[in-house]
Design a protein around this ligand. Structure first.
Ligand code: SF4
Length: 355
């Protein structure tokens, strides 16, 4: 029996050419009410073997960004501008044929809802085998062996028997493992996981995140994990991008973002998560207000209508001038507060509330 494997890894990229490079990405949807500016000038890089966590509330542009990378938007009402280079290959404007070839083989998505993502009518073995047949040119017999191998790899007991079961015969956590097996069957170089553990209880969540890390160590793939849960980010991410209103408002290493966050929105996200160690006297602090409509985002800093620090910035700059992340910083934030103010406000006002 020959199990097909990917060809040898291509030469390692030079530092000047990241594995995934997104530059000035804009995604706009045409709706009856107007144009939704879902992603507004986003740039980031990701290297092989690294994990980028993208965090933010619903509607911040996290999922739309990743659907644009995968080329899964509806071309009839969506405009995607900018540059998305995957291993040197331009994805913006690539044909559906090229993108569909890349999806599954070179990049794959793990969805939040395994019950919706898996067909109830086919065995899990068949659903894992299909992309292997389509992308790797395997025979049905070879693909079934590969499905069994993948089920074993993701920790499904007795994979040879279970390969013939249907999705409803698995628990939620086991189904999520099946979906990971399906996404990774062709050893993709880029894995995009959209809230992969949200529907799972905490213990299973930890197992799935451990599994993703183990598989990454084995294959050297790059991972983007989209989540609203900073606990997930703390567990798996190397770098973090905080998104708000379609823009990156802060980026840095996971340590930077969790220990010395700079942006008032990041402070709000950190303050609104419950901690086991929190004193009962310290209430959670939800971020006031709601995310802005992306049909008409506010001028200036998009967070200004909800920000409690606007008074610390001279004049009406927060509501008129759009802050940018200074170029060249590994850890940086798009906020008009000075570096000293960011440090002082976090240390004196925010950090004590996070204990
Ligand atoms: Fe708040 Fe102004 Fe900073 Fe925006 S730029 S986060 S409104 S202080």
């Amino acid at each position: 029996m020959t199990i097909l494997t990917k060809p040898e890894a291509e030469p390692v990229d030079t530092p000047s050419q990241p594995f995934l490079s997104v530059r000035d990405l804009y995604v706009r949807f045409s709706t009856e009410d107007g144009t939704v500016k879902a992603v507004d000038g986003l740039s980031f890089d990701l290297e092989r073997g690294s994990t980028l966590g993208i965090v933010g509330e619903s509607g911040s542009g996290k999922s739309v960004t990743n659907l644009a990378i995968l080329g899964l938007h509806n071309p009839r009402n969506t405009e995607v501008r900018g540059e998305i280079l995957l291993d040197g290959q331009e994805l913006t404007g690539a044909s559906e044929r090229t993108l569909s070839h890349l999806r599954g083989k070179k990049m794959a998505m793990i969805f939040q809802d395994s019950l919706a993502a898996l067909s109830p009518y086919y065995t899990v073995g068949r659903q894992i085998a299909e992309p292997y047949i389509a992308h790797m040119g395997a025979s049905r017999k070879e693909a079934k062996e590969r499905a069994i191998e993948m089920l074993g790899k993701v920790g499904i007991p007795q994979p040879r028997e279970r390969v013939n079961d249907y999705p409803h015969q698995f628990s939620g956590g086991m189904r999520q493992r099946v979906m990971i097996a399906m996404s990774l069957v062709c050893n993709p170089d880029l894995i995009i996981a959209d809230e992969p553990t949200t529907a799972l209880d905490v213990t299973v969540q930890a197992q799935i995140l451990d599994l993703l890390k183990e598989l990454q160590q084995e294959t050297g793939s790059a991972i983007i994990i989209i989540t609203h849960d900073l606990g997930v980010v703390a567990k798996v991410a190397d770098d973090v991008m905080v998104m708000y209103a379609g823009r990156c408002v802060e980026r840095g290493s996971v340590r930077d973002i969790l220990r010395t966050p700079e942006h008032p929105y990041s402070w709000g996200l950190l303050g609104s998560i419950p901690r086991l160690t929190s004193s009962v006297d310290v209430p959670l602090s939800p971020i006031p207000g709601a995310p802005p409509s992306l049909l008409s985002p506010p001028p200036g800093c998009p967070f200004h209508p909800r920000c409690t620090f606007t008074g610390e910035v001279a004049g009406d700059i927060c509501s008129t001038a759009r802050p940018e992340i200074p170029a060249g910083l590994r850890h940086g934030s798009a906020c008009h507060l000075t570096a000293e103010q960011k440090q002082t406000f976090f240390t004196e006002q925010i950090k004590p509330r996070l204990r």
